[in-house]
Design a protein around this ligand. Sequence first.
Ligand code: ADP
Ligand code: MG
Length: 352
Amino acid sequence: MISFQNASKAFPDGTVGVDDLSLEVETGSLTVFVGPSGCGKTTSMRMVNKMVTPTSGRVLIDGRDIADLPTVPLRLGIGYVIQHAGLLPHRTVLDNVAQVLRLKGLSRREARARAHEAIERVQLRPELIDRYPSQLSGGQQQRVGVARALAADPPILLMDEPFSAVDPVVREELQLEILRIQREVQKTILFVTHDIDEALRLGDRIAVFAPGGEVQQYAAPETVLTQPANELVRSMVGRDRGFRALSFAGAESVPVHQLPGASDGTIHVDGAWAFTLDPDGRPGDWLGSDGAPLGLGTLIPPDGSLRTVLDAVLSSPAPYAICVDAAGRPSGIVQAEDAYRAVARRGSGEAP
Ligand SMILES: Nc1ncnc2c1ncn2[C@@H]1O[C@H](COP(=O)(O)OP(=O)(O)O)[C@@H](O)[C@H]1O
Ligand SMILES: [Mg+2]
């Protein structure tokens, strides 16, 4: 566990970077510091690896004040990923990843073997390992940065806007990737971003910073969305927060009805609406009253959230959305009306 205890940083010019920060980052959790530029996220994070010394207060790791810990071994136990990956330009991908392991005293061979494993973990294409950083895309460089941070298997990972400089599509890929990796490695991750959506997607808990370095709220994403602590947090999470909150809500409250059997490759849901099945038994098209194919919209996967259900009914040409099993075959049907009612009940604060 990382504990900030009344940690503050005033710079020599009088700027207060961080103001009386007290919070705990649980071991094995992914905690996000989010807030606009200049509100002290990076400064707070750098207190953890002693790149910044607090002017008052302290930071503890597993109960030990880091002021009492020697810097080099401390940093070897902390992976650090920054925006532009910070790779050494004249070293290959493999050597960049192996670097920390060499510093830890592993032989060249051992270091390279472990580096290979780390590269595999971030699913970087193996043929890239002999390239130099400038020969990689931004997204690939960030993967190398993550591999390098993970290579020595440190218990703590600090990530400072690691995905902010890559395009939105690659960013989303990398976000999913970090969630997958975290499920496997269960590190204590401190992640800094200015992007509230990224924070909501990744964080087990989110600390919302405001200019002046003060934390406005420290809570689970759903709480930040549904019960913002004040106007500032409310404005940050934005007007569509109710809709986003649905991503966290289960869809149990929406009844799923059984489907009748297929006849001639078509399932007749009611007198007016039917959809076809493709040769593999997966939904093909909704049919108009004249039999014309109308498309399908999105389908509801097993364990879909309430938001998935709402997306499905909104995108369906029929007043229904189709639930599918893991193989993509129809497993039930939801009425649009039921989905709208479930969403409205949540909006009014009733229990789902
Ligand atoms: N070395 C420094 N000297 C003076 N002011 C600094 C220094 N580092 C950061 N600051 C100031 O401290 C505040 C917080 O900075 P920072 O932690 O980098 O914010 P963030 O990461 O949230 O964008 C800003 O006002 C910044 O200008
Ligand atoms: Mg920063």
